[in-house]
Write a protein that binds this ligand. Structure first.
Ligand SMILES: [Zn+2]
Length: 197
């Protein structure tokens, strides 16, 4: 088992535009090994997505997986509210994305901003055209939490973090999120934190 180091906010690679990779590079032993290690690292963290820049590699590649096993720890009504359903493991490469639908407003975290969380508005639906890990075209129509994951991971490939989109007044430690806010409806959280709109 190989766990890669997940770099934290402030590391220059997280703010760089990542490079597009060719199908030939993608099929190389190095990149295939990287994908396997990123998968293990994501599962170990645990997380639902990991972008190559987060492990210090500036290429447009991310792994995504939202396992039923992780969701078992979350109340069914919370899963339903977020439109969160299991997503099998897959790889996105050189993605292009179009967003659609009203913003969904929930707390979100990042393995590269460890220990913190904030309310981040994200489009409800995302349409992504990309390559899979074998360099074949892949078209994804996602909604709910999966659409949020895609937006978060694709942001990483363009040097962006959720910090760039968050309601800054909602930025908090995960400990305080669980202690004070996680059981409240999001509208009430926004009101108490003084977030308009
Ligand atoms: Zn992240």
């Amino acid at each position: 088992m190989m766990r890669l180091k997940i770099v934290q906010a402030g590391e220059p690679v997280l703010r760089r535009q990542a490079n597009v990779i060719s199908p030939e590079e993608l099929r190389s032993a190095e990149i295939q090994q990287l994908i396997a290690w990123m998968r293990e690292t994501m599962r170990d963290a645990p997380g639902v997505g990991l972008a190559a820049p987060q492990v210090g590699v500036s290429i447009q590649l991310a792994v995504i997986e939202d396992r039923a096993e992780l969701q078992g720890l979350i109340a069914p009504e919370k899963l339903a509210e977020r439109g969160r359903r299991p997503v099998p493991f897959h790889v996105i490469v050189n993605p292009r994305m179009e967003l659609d639908g009203p913003p969904a407003v929930f707390f979100e975290g990042c393995l590269s901003v460890a220990g913190f969380s904030a309310i981040v508005p994200r489009a409800l639906r995302a349409h992504v055209e990309c390559l899979n890990e074998r360099g074949e075209p892949l078209s994804i129509h996602a909604e709910g939490w999966y659409a949020r994951i895609l937006q978060h991971e694709i942001d990483h490939l363009h040097g962006k973090l959720y910090l760039d989109h968050m309601h800054s007044r909602s930025f908090m430690t995960v400990e305080n999120l669980n202690r004070h806010w996680s059981e409240l409806p999001i509208a009430e959280v926004k009101e108490r934190l003084g977030i308009g709109g």
